[in-house]
Ligand binder design. Sequence first.
Ligand SMILES: [Zn+2]
Length: 323
Amino acid sequence: MVEMDRRSLLVGAAASTLLPLQSASALSPLAGTQAAGLYRYKVGAFECTSINDGAITIPIPDGFVRNVSKDEALVAAEAAYMPKGKVTVPFNPQLINTGSKLVLIDTGNGPSANPSVGHLLANLKVAGVDPKDVDIVLLSHLHPDHINGLRLADGSLAFPNAEIKAPNLDWAFWMSDENQAKAQDKPLMKTYFATIRKTFSGLENKVTRYDWDKEVAPGITSIEAAGHTPGHTAFAIASGDARILIQSDVTNIPEFFLRHPDWQVMFDNDPEQAIKTRKKFYDVAAAEKALIVGFHFPFPSIGHVEKTASGYQLIPVAWNPVL
Ligand SMILES: [Zn+2]
């Protein structure tokens, strides 16, 4: 048996740097790209698929966490082994096949000049799903990274036969000219309003608005999760005895905001309300030992949440080759 100590590990690491030279004549070409981002899971009789739309890695923006210093944010990023000085934010829409309806929850970033996002349609294709077959597009809230996938690069609808459902309170907030006027001196909000208006232009009469505590699709119930936006919505998906919670953006990346539930991400509309929602949601999820899905969790974006001394931690699901 080989004894594993620090020295042998380091020698191993040094030796492995020689490998690319040795394998220069390998018959198998390097792929150079990531594999398809798909993970299937069952909720009772429903077959669900976590579909990765991509992930961005960006230098931590000033004010990314509103209520702590940038130095503290940098320490958290380092503790989570993010690339130095940067933060990685993934995007994961969910496809729910209830047997009678094909429901897509959130649509990702849509066509983008940035090759690290906008992979939803390519991944759906690998999953064997024709966008024309999607019956319902269910939006958790109207932020651009959740709605921009509604349209293709030429402006046509990516899911032409789907009913689009949006939370009533978000619709009222973002479609208010008065709110848009008030946002003109806040760059992030100004961009949000412009993007949201553009995406929904001409669709105003085609979007169905939903309220909380309603069955918004077969087996899918809308749950109040306000704060991130006024109408921000989580969902419970239930089939038979099985249940899973789609948290949407109750937190952004767990490495920051589950570990530190009092931290306020710059994207939260009402940060104090978002904190209350977060704690309530995770206290219930931890007590119930519920599986939760987070739009901005690391792919496949599913796990359990446990309470820690200072916040919560995510225990991700392990890959399961069997459904
Ligand atoms: Zn988001």
